[in-house]
Design a protein around this ligand. Structure first.
Ligand code: AHG
Ligand code: MN
Ligand code: MN
Length: 338
């Protein structure tokens, strides 16, 4: 491209309209939800980027349902999601990583056929250090026939998701989503307040050179996981180099890098927490949907994450996701085949 040639830009709104037009049966309700995701992302981004400036840092002193300390921005982001989505008329119920039970739609608002699950702020322990954090969302069609949605509408199999994605508040703010027809990434141009298409139909490398896990848990890992990591640390026969280790500690950021560069992100089972740490409904399933749509794999070490039928809202699951060859290799170690 010649220097200074003007590029064509596609806003996320335009992209959603164009995608919807390909499906004459679409009612436009899912599109409205996706618009609201983009708006919510901008509103949370505004607060996240002010975090170092205003007195919003620090802990509220409360403890969330996972037993972790809730930071103020977590609380803000959670409330932002509720207020963005409770009145649109597309949802019958919501559930958040930060709230113990389901979040009903107030009776004064119209009910819709969709269900929204979300992690309002992922990686929140990184906020004070100005390290990337994210939001994760997952959308299903309701299961119950009518009336206010229930827990049954929220506790699902990931394969039933109709849309999912995440927002990454990093050096740029990005929104990545799928409706099961590829993965699209939009970068926020803060000067015009628009998400612009930056990565069209992301496909991840079949094999990478990076592994990502909290190695502090080395002594608590299963034999299979430990041997897998040790294997990656051996020099590659062709390049003479071992895999590189990268761990941000924000799943959204670690998976986003894995999506672009390939490799594997894992939060495995440990002897301290046999189901790992990450939540099936709010973290594992939506990120698994994205990774699979980008040509990667997402398993719990033995089976496909999106095949698991959840049995409770805040269920945890071990996570191995990333490039197909790297995840298959990890699974062969988990199975004791290597
Ligand atoms: P959250 O901030 O929503 O509670 O999630 C944090 C998660 C995830 O983002 C990250 O991958 C993981 O916690 C890091 O955990 P460790 O500190 O145990 O490595
Ligand atoms: Mn999280
Ligand atoms: Mn969170």
């Amino acid at each position: 491209m010649a220097m200074n040639e003007t590029k064509r830009v596609v806003t996320i709104d335009r992209h959603i309209v164009d995608m919807q037009a390909k499906y004459p049966e679409a009612t436009g309700e899912l599109s409205k939800l996706l618009y609201d995701v983009a708006l919510t992302a901008k509103l949370i981004d505004r607060e996240v980027s002010k975090a170092g400036l205003v007195d919003i840092l620090g802990l509220t002193g409360e403890v969330n349902v996972q037993g972790e300390e809730v930071q103020k921005l977590d609380w803000f982001a959670n409330d932002r999601f509720v207020k963005s989505f409770d009145h649109g008329g597309q949802l019958c119920v919501m559930a958040s990583e930060e709230e113990e039970g389901v979040i009903p739609i107030p009776s004064r608002f119209k009910l819709g056929k969709y269900v929204l699950l979300y992690d309002p702020l992922d990686g929140s322990s990184n906020i004070d250090a100005n390290v990337s954090i994210g939001s994760i969302f997952s959308i299903y069609k309701r299961k119950t026939a009518e009336g206010p949605g229930t827990v049954e509408d929220c506790v699902r199999q990931g394969a039933e998701q109709v849309a999912a994605g995440y927002v990454l508040y990093g050096s740029s703010t990005m929104l990545v989503y799928t409706t099961g027809r590829g993965v699209y990434c939009f970068t926020l141009d803060p000067s015009i307040g628009e998400f612009l298409l930056s990565h069209n139909r992301i496909q991840m490398p079949k094999k990478g050179k990076i592994y990502s896990l909290n190695e502090g848990y080395r002594n608590y890992l299963s034999d299979g996981t430990r041997r897998f990591v040790e294997y990656l640390q051996e020099p590659d026969k062709e390049t003479g180099r071992p895999y590189s280790s990268r761990y941000i500690g924000s799943m959204v950021a670690d998976v986003h890098r894995t999506l672009l560069y390939g490799g594997i992100f894992l939060y495995p089972a440990t002897s301290k927490s046999p189901k790992g740490k990450l939540r099936l409904m709010y973290e594992a399933n939506p990120m698994a949907f994205i990774v699979e749509q980008a040509g990667g794999m997402a398993t719990d070490g033995t089976q496909r994450i999106m095949d698991v039928q959840a049995s409770e809202l805040h269920e945890r699951i071990p996570v191995f996701m990333g490039s197909e060859e790297d995840v298959k290799l990890a699974m062969s170690f988990e199975a004791g085949e290597r």
